[in-house]
Design a protein around this ligand. Structure first.
Ligand SMILES: *Cc1c(COP(=O)(O)O)cnc(C)c1O
Length: 245
């Protein structure tokens, strides 16, 4: 296993490569790449690596966030290299009700609300902690069984968003998905564009004016995601290098 050096020309060039992929895709559809939040998927990465990437994104004038998807790795974000750096912390992984309290304490935005009992646990824990948390509803737009998320239909998603809207300590601000895991670009695009259509449908039906987030796009499909309207792309390996196994 080779560990990439935390700061170095290799890391900087990978970051610039990702930013230029985002920018080119944005330009193709008349968007500004700098408006898209670059969320660093930080699983298995060290505080040194994460801090180095944040520094480069700052220099480039980009909006960054960190997204942890393993509850047991949230503690590493308290490292002095990261604590108090002002970069918003998000949670992007599979949620378990017994971790809801820790996740609420950690993350100002939780992307992966994929079951009703999770929404209830998050509300209860946020209320106990006296916190308000932004939440995204995770939708399984690919139909792949390995993936969490509500079914991609307005009939399913609307009542979920309504319940979240009525939860005093949660604020639903959009939708999240993991795109289809295939080299067939058309299938990926279909799954990601369906998330945008769902978001637009929710906004229209519920008259929400702050339900704009589309968290979609990872290292392999971020161009398609940006073209289809992503507001947050979640990037791991394209920036940090292959994940240590
Ligand atoms: C790991 C992860 C990502 C980033 O994946 P890469 O392919 O490494 O960019 C994005 N979203 C979620 C939910 C993840 O767990």
């Amino acid at each position: 296993m080779t560990v990439p050096s935390p700061v170095g020309p290799q890391l900087t060039s990978r970051i610039d490569e990702v930013l230029s992929r985002i920018d080119s895709a944005a330009t193709r559809v008349g968007r500004d790449g700098a408006d898209i939040t670059v969320l660093l998927a930080t699983k298995t990465r060290t505080p040194q690596q994460i801090a180095a990437v944040i520094e480069v994104l700052r220099e480039r004038g980009r909006t960054a966030a960190v997204g942890e998807n393993r509850a047991q790795e949230m503690a590493k974000h308290e490292d002095p290299l990261l604590a108090g750096n002002g970069v918003p912390r998000h949670f992007i992984g599979r949620l378990q009700t017994n971790k809801a309290r820790d996740v609420v304490a950690f993350a100002e935005m939780i992307h992966s609300v994929d079951r009703d009992d999770i929404a209830e646990a998050l509300q209860r824990r946020a209320e106990q902690a006296g916190l308000t948390r932004e939440v995204l509803v995770q939708v399984n737009t690919s139909g792949e069984e390995s993936k969490g998320g509500y079914a991609p239909s307005l009939d399913t998603v609307l009542p979920v968003v309504e319940r979240l809207r009525d939860s005093a300590n949660l604020r639903p601000t959009g939708l999240m998905t993991i795109g289809a895991n295939t080299s067939d670009d058309a299938a990926v695009r279909a799954s990601l564009s369906s998330l945008r259509e769902l978001r637009d449908g929710v906004c229209e039906r519920l008259g929400l004016d702050d339900f704009a987030q589309l968290s979609m796009g990872m290292s392999g499909d971020l161009e398609i995601a940006v073209e289809e309207g992503a507001t947050i792309v979640r990037v791991g390996s394209a920036i940090f290098g292959p994940r240590p196994t």
